[in-house]
Design a protein around this ligand. Structure first.
Ligand code: HEC
Ligand code: HEC
Ligand code: HEC
Ligand code: HEC
Ligand code: HEC
Ligand code: HEC
Length: 259
């Protein structure tokens, strides 16, 4: 896990190249840590903002694994794609699975999720900002994204994400495990190589968040490039939206370089 000075120099040169190449990348860079991973849901909101729902990953991801929501509960991994209806929620799907007045506030408390108008939405966002920074102080810190080192927090037992809900998730013993590391060599010599750790990802993501889409179940069969990642595909589906950001080059490009 050591990076030579020369490769850091090269990486910073490349950063400026990629910032130029992608506007999405630069907008991801300016997101504040309390906004990172927030999904503003407005599929059915009216023009004055009424109906808007803010879903916050930071309040949920310490309690549940990504897999639980994105595989078992079938939330889409792309904002706006789940097509959640009031009916779904009331019959105990999507948000309504947990928001039933037992583990979490009831789905009947409409205004706990739906803003009345833009003014109220702004007020809520301000209140969350305070709550976020209070929470952030209790967590190990990172450079980008929420500026929280979520993996460290999990390792230290500060958070214990649940991976199943009774009656919904398959029994744990039915899960396949995969402890393998997959080395990925960038198509540019001199750049630090990447080790993709299955064991570290599986703790959060199970298998179904990555296989068979977007990654084929055969090494080298998926054409991975940095541009696709910056555009929000492949690794960039999570790294840049919810998991640590693409800015953190050295977290992925971590192999020592032989020049
Ligand atoms: C409590 C449920 C829940 C948990 C836990 C959760 N998510 Fe999500 N996630 C959602 C919802 C809801 C959305 C928004 C879906 C929509 O708009 O249709 C979402 C959206 C996303 C998106 C799309 C973001 C975008 O900007 O397009 C990604 C990627 C994602 N989640 C990854 C993750 C990862 C990685 C984790 C674990 C670290 C995680 N999620 C944990 C519920 C959850
Ligand atoms: C897997 C269970 C689970 C799912 C699914 C889930 N939540 Fe939650 N949510 C919780 C728990 C637990 C809390 C914390 C207890 C509480 O506030 O009642 C919480 C808290 C919240 C809060 C208050 C904290 C904050 O983020 O401001 C909001 C708002 C919220 N959820 C919205 C949603 C929305 C919207 C969805 C669906 C898109 C959703 N939740 C899906 C379990 C869940
Ligand atoms: C736990 C959070 C939560 C609570 C509480 C909640 N909703 Fe929703 N609701 C959502 C989400 C998320 C969506 C989907 C938003 C989107 O896709 O943009 C939604 C969508 C809707 C829609 C539009 C879709 C449709 O079916 O027409 C209506 C109407 C609605 N909710 C009404 C209500 C009412 C009425 C209540 C109270 C009885 C309520 N909601 C409580 C999260 C919640
Ligand atoms: C966060 C994403 C992610 C998760 C979660 C994940 N994988 Fe993978 N998997 C990958 C990547 C990336 C590769 C390498 C792809 C390449 O080289 O083209 C890979 C490769 C593989 C391969 C091919 C190995 C070979 O020798 O060809 C298998 C088999 C595999 N994964 C099984 C699993 C299983 C089983 C799980 C769940 C226990 C899992 N994966 C979870 C991303 C993931
Ligand atoms: C389905 C979502 C998802 C995808 C796709 C994904 N990751 Fe991750 N990754 C995560 C989450 C969640 C973490 C935990 C840390 C965090 O949230 O920032 C993580 C952590 C990591 C770490 C830190 C692990 C360590 O060893 O310290 C590396 C490196 C990494 N990912 C590289 C990759 C690469 C390379 C790809 C694509 C081949 C990829 N990831 C695809 C969700 C994802
Ligand atoms: C989430 C993990 C991740 C992060 C963060 C990351 N990379 Fe990459 N990078 C990859 C993967 C995976 C590849 C493709 C490896 C392959 O070719 O199979 C790659 C490939 C590359 C390549 C080779 C050319 C190409 O397009 O494939 C360059 C150059 C590069 N990355 C630069 C950067 C720079 C600069 C940063 C920081 C701004 C960065 N990377 C951050 C995972 C990452």
């Amino acid at each position: 896990m050591r990076i030579t000075k020369i490769s850091l120099l090269m990486i910073s040169l490349l950063i400026s190249f990629f910032i130029g190449a992608s506007t999405q990348y630069s907008s991801a860079m300016v997101k504040k840590s309390y906004q990172y991973g927030n999904i503003i849901m407005q599929n059915n909101a009216s023009e004055n903002g009424s109906g808007t729902v803010v879903f916050r990953h930071w309040t949920h991801r310490g309690k549940y694994t990504c897999r639980l929501c994105h595989v078992d509960l079938e939330f889409a991994q792309v904002a706006g794609e789940s097509e959640i209806t009031e009916d779904d929620n009331q019959s105990g799907r999507y948000c309504g699975t947990c928001h039933n007045g037992k583990g979490a506030f009831s789905i009947k408390l409409c205004t706990s999720c739906h803003a009345k108008d833009t003014a109220q939405l702004k007020q809520t966002l301000k209140k969350d900002k305070k709550a976020f920074y209070t929470f952030q102080k209790t967590m190990p810190r990172a450079m980008y994204g929420n500026k929280i080192d979520w993996m460290q927090a999990e390792q230290e037992g500060l958070i214990k994400p649940k991976d199943k809900l009774p009656g919904i998730s398959l029994a744990q013993k039915n899960f396949v495990t995969n402890q393998r590391n997959e080395p990925l060599e960038p198509k540019l010599s001199g750049l630090p190589g990447i080790i993709f750790s299955h064991s570290k990802h599986v703790a959060w993501n199970g298998c179904g968040m990555c296989h068979p889409e977007p990654f084929k179940l055969e090494n080298g069969a998926t054409d991975i490039s940095m541009q696709q990642i910056i555009d929000g595909n492949l690794c960039g589906r999570c790294h840049g939206t919810v998991a640590f950001q693409v800015n953190d080059c050295a977290l992925c490009h971590s192999e020592p370089v032989s020049l």
